[in-house]
Design a binder for this molecule. Structure first.
Ligand code: UT7
Length: 331
């Protein structure tokens, strides 16, 4: 019997309406459009403004987009994974709330947190359930409301992050298409360079830390940048080598959208033509767990059955990795 492979068979997405442009940021912090564009490639990002709406709001909208597009019955979904670094609440699962609200009432669900690599690691987990032969419909959502822990007085972070969500459905494939190989890594020594220190179990928020803004995300940009460039390029090169893939074989690079220069460095390492590099960072900024499915959503009409796609991500922790996947359908 041939091995069951796990293929992506549908994509959905959602971004909030409010557009935070570089020009608006110029009125909030000491920055300018020229600096942000040259250093990051970002022109604007989306922000979920409404009070009381969290990551699940984005996740539900993205999942509903997928469900409507594919015309599937949510009751057929067996597992819902919400990849996120910004869950709605502590203790209560964002995925459980999301699953119930999209009508996936026969599914079990859980959150998966690996910072900006959450969706990439989620692809690996979703694929294992499908490959086991026991599950036929696994919904993987990448969603983050980054604006919930950004200090809009800190120019080092507020220019980068945005809110958004994307969803993909994994199903078994009989032709060997779907996830082919993965190279996933982490190194906890990186934690000090990118974190929201207070608000977790090590350092609960108190009145003083709140006043000092220690619940906001902090990053030492240069160190994160160097590690992202080295590691994302490294795993991309290695996964191509061990699958005997040349740059001609690759149809697309779908790399985490944290900084245009990091993505270009990864593409340059494997000498990939820029036309094969998916890019939408100018529209959304860094949406953490949502960047990869938002890329798939924006490029879906250009993807063809059998296309070889290399996914790559790098994030806090540090966490990083690369996945080689073949596309399973024509739009
Ligand atoms: O997704 C998770 C992983 N995250 C990432 O991959 C992010 C990685 N890091 C980065 O993308 C970049 O490091 C940043 C975009 C965050 C910063 O770019 P950079 O080229 O590394 O700038 P820098 O931090 O080295 O700062 C260069 C200069 C500094 O001024 P001096 O010291 O040279 O006078 C900063 O104070 O730019 C200044 N600066 C700014 N100027 C205008 C920093 N932020 C800004 C700003 N506007 N927003």
């Amino acid at each position: 019997m041939s091995k069951i492979t796990a293929a992506i068979t549908g994509v959905g997405a959602y971004v909030p309406e409010y557009v935070l442009t570089n020009q608006i940021l110029e009125t909030m912090v000491d920055t300018n459009d020229e600096w942000i564009t040259a250093r990051t490639g970002i022109k604007e990002r989306r922000i979920l403004k409404e009070d009381g709406k969290g990551t699940s709001y984005l996740a539900i909208k993205a999942a509903q987009d997928l469900i409507n597009k594919k015309g599937i019955d949510p009751k057929d979904i067996e597992l819902v994974i919400v990849a996120t670094a910004t869950p709605d609440m502590k203790a209560a699962s964002t995925a459980a709330y999301t699953a119930t609200n999209i009508g996936a009432t026969n599914a079990f669900s859980f959150d998966l947190e690996a910072a900006c690599s959450s969706f990439l690691f989620g692809m690996s987990v979703a694929a294992r359930y499908i490959e086991s032969g026991k599950y036929k419909n696994v919904l993987l959502i990448g969603a983050d409301k980054n604006s919930s822990f950004i200090n809009y007085k800190d120019r080092a972070t507020c220019i980068i992050f945005g809110d958004g969500a994307g969803a993909v459905l994994f199903e078994p494939n009989q032709e060997g298409l779907g996830l082919q190989d993965e190279l996933l890594r982490s190194n906890g020594e990186g934690r000090e360079f990118l974190q929201a220190t207070y608000g977790g179990s090590s350092y609960p928020i108190n009145e003083n830390t709140f006043k000092e803004g220690k619940h906001y995300v902090f990053q030492e940009g240069r160190t994160v940048f160097k590690n992202a460039v080295f590691n994302m390029a490294d795993v991309t090169e290695r996964i191509m080598e061990r699958n005997q893939l040349t740059n001609d074989d690759i149809a697309w690079l779908a790399a985490h959208q944290a900084n245009k220069r990091i993505i270009e460095a990864t593409a340059n390492r494997v000498e990939l033509d820029p036309t094969k590099v998916m890019m939408n960072i100018h529209k959304y900024g860094n949406t953490t767990s949502a960047t990869l499915p938002l890329l798939l959503h924006d490029y879906e009409s250009q993807l063809k059955k059998d296309d070889k796609i290399i996914f790559a991500a790098f994030g806090g922790g540090f966490t990083w990795g690369s996945i080689y996947l073949t596309w399973a359908y024509n739009s």
